[in-house]
Design a protein around this ligand. Structure first.
Ligand code: FRU
Length: 531
């Protein structure tokens, strides 16, 4: 299958047609990575929420499978949805703790939020109020093609009694096996209260609430799609920390939706944030020499990504050796419904390998593309050049393209002003990726990124802190696809992800400086299509 409609991502997952939002049910099972996602089987706008399904062996070349049976909104065919499947996770249950298994591999079990748009009485007699979000499970013994809902659903019908009034904002369970306590652990959001509840279960059916976490750090919008996992500190295999990812909408670092993380410890019941991961005092906005009117950066959180289009990331369960890979929905609720793509709407980020590293005295999440993506990058550069100094001005580089891996590096000391490249450039159109030496920040400017002006919320400039590496050089890598940039700074401790909608004719690359940039290197490689 080869997709080539306007804006169709070439190395980011998209469904053939229809609407997609959050990644769901990420599980590695019997040699395959499963990617489920929020999906509308009927159209390319949000609604009829069901799960879609794709599989891959390298997290990069995906095969979309038929819509999974049993995870489709009830009543979709008749146009009167009575039960929808919101976001959640999936696990492989090799020891058959759930009793749902029929062979030596054990079942796949999906754990999701059941959303009830109207009052309903379940077959088992449970009454449900309109607007309710409850947690349910389903199992599959055929690698996720067909699912059976557990007859005891919902397994968590409502929040604990002290939060009973939050029944309509109780969602997005993430479940994993905690070997030390021999329990399944669930993290689920009380979205409006900025709280995460932790439950445990021996069998995925009976759940006991054991703790809560939050609010901390960014609370500018509803908390959604939490994800909790262990992560070793790079270079120190004995030091195991825990990371809590929390999406929030609005209140992100750019506009609308965004994702923060908190580093801490977990004892099987309680997640405790490290003191250094808590940010009590917002650092005031730094004034940008570019355009202070569009600079909204405030470090009230540890942002997982500083751009507008990296939301609801969760990680694969069941990956051996603490391997931890996350993928995000590459969009933003502020304008997701308006992006100019058809017959699909919504794309995933490149899957990112996660690590913890000590950078600038603190433990930071660092991210790099999975090996499967690296295999799409042509080893020999299309273009490579080096300059002792780049003076003020603009130079068109002798290279062009729509799906590229662009790497630039330069010395911080002695450099001044702003240095960068304009991608997908033509007269009047460009997506700028640059670095501001005085404030030590990289940025993406998509104010002129295409003729398709999505909405008022879409154009903008997004900054992320980025210091030079130990060798005094600043490193920025851009994964450019037909309708997005993913920018990775340094070792991957800072990232900016943004959608763009340029004209097809805009393929040029221009290097620019507003001051002096020292010891510059630029390399451009083509990236093969994953289809
Ligand atoms: C996040 C979210 C989730 C919810 C799902 C519904 O983007 O709002 O909280 O489960 O999308 O599609």
């Amino acid at each position: 299958q080869y997709y080539k409609e306007p804006y169709r991502p070439q190395f980011h997952y998209t469904p053939e047609k229809n609407w997609m939002n959050d990644p769901n049910g990420l599980v590695y099972h019997r040699g395959k990575y499963h990617l489920f996602y929020q999906y509308n089987p009927g159209s390319h706008t949000w609604g009829n929420m069901s799960w879609g399904h794709a599989v891959s062996t390298d997290l990069t070349r995906w095969t979309q499978l038929p819509d999974p049976l049993g995870l489709r909104a009830a009543g979709f065919e008749s146009g009167n949805v009575t039960e929808a499947f919101f976001s959640g996770g999936a696990i492989s249950d090799p020891d058959n703790t759930s009793g749902f298994g029929i062979d030596e591999y054990g079942p796949l079990v999906a754990i999701f939020t059941l959303f009830y748009p109207q009052d309903l009485t379940h077959a088992n007699g449970q009454l449900v109020r309109a607007g309710t979000q409850a947690q349910g499970i389903a199992y599959s013994n055929d690698d996720g093609l067909t699912w059976t809902q557990y007859e005891g659903n919902p397994v968590i019908p409502s929040p604990p009694s002290e939060y009973a009034d939050q029944y309509a904002d109780f969602r997005d369970p993430a479940v994993f096996w905690h070997a030390a306590s021999k329990n399944w652990v669930m993290v689920v959001a009380l979205s409006v209260l900025h709280k995460l509840l932790i439950y445990t279960s021996p069998d995925l059916k009976k759940w006991t609430q054991v703790s809560e976490f939050g609010p901390v750090n960014a609370v500018g919008g509803k908390w959604e799609c939490p994800n909790l996992f262990p992560l070793p500190v790079a270079g120190d295999a004995r030091r195991l920390k825990w990371v809590m990812i929390i999406s929030l909408d609005p209140g992100g670092p750019a506009v609308g939706s965004g994702t923060q993380y908190v580093v801490g410890s977990f004892d099987g019941k309680t997640f405790t944030a490290d003191a250094e991961s808590i940010r009590e005092t917002p650092i005031p906005d730094q004034t940008s020499s570019l355009d202070s009117a569009v600079t909204t950066y405030t470090q009230t959180a540890n942002w997982m990504d500083h751009g507008p289009d990296f939301y609801a990331p969760i990680s694969w369960t069941g990956v051996p050796n603490y391997g931890r890979v996350a993928i995000a929905w590459m969009s933003n609720w502020d304008y997701a419904r308006d992006i100019p793509t058809s017959p699909w709407r919504g794309a995933m980020s490149v899957p990112r390998v996660l690590e913890l590293r000590t950078i600038g005295g603190a433990l930071r999440l660092v991210q790099r593309p999975v090996d499967g993506f690296e295999a799409l990058v042509q080893p020999t550069p299309l273009y490579a050049n080096a300059w002792g100094t780049v003076e003020e001005g603009r130079v068109a580089l002798d290279v062009s393209g729509k799906a590229l891996d662009v790497r630039m590096s330069f010395r911080a000391a002695g450099s001044t002003g702003v240095f960068g490249v304009a991608l997908r450039a033509r007269e009047g159109q460009e997506t700028v990726v640059g670095y501001e030496f005085a404030t030590e920040r990289m940025y993406v400017d998509r104010r002129k990124s295409g003729s398709a002006v999505v909405t008022k919320a879409f154009p903008g400039v997004y900054h992320a802190p980025l210091a030079a590496g130990d060798d005094g050089r600043v490193r920025i890598r851009v994964l450019l696809d037909w309708s997005s940039v993913e920018v990775l700074g340094g070792l991957g401790e800072s990232t900016i992800t943004a959608q763009i909608f340029p004209d097809d004719e805009g393929t040029g690359i221009t290097m620019f400086s507003t001051g002096v940039a020292e010891q510059v290197e630029v390399e451009v490689r083509s990236v093969d299509s994953a289809w």
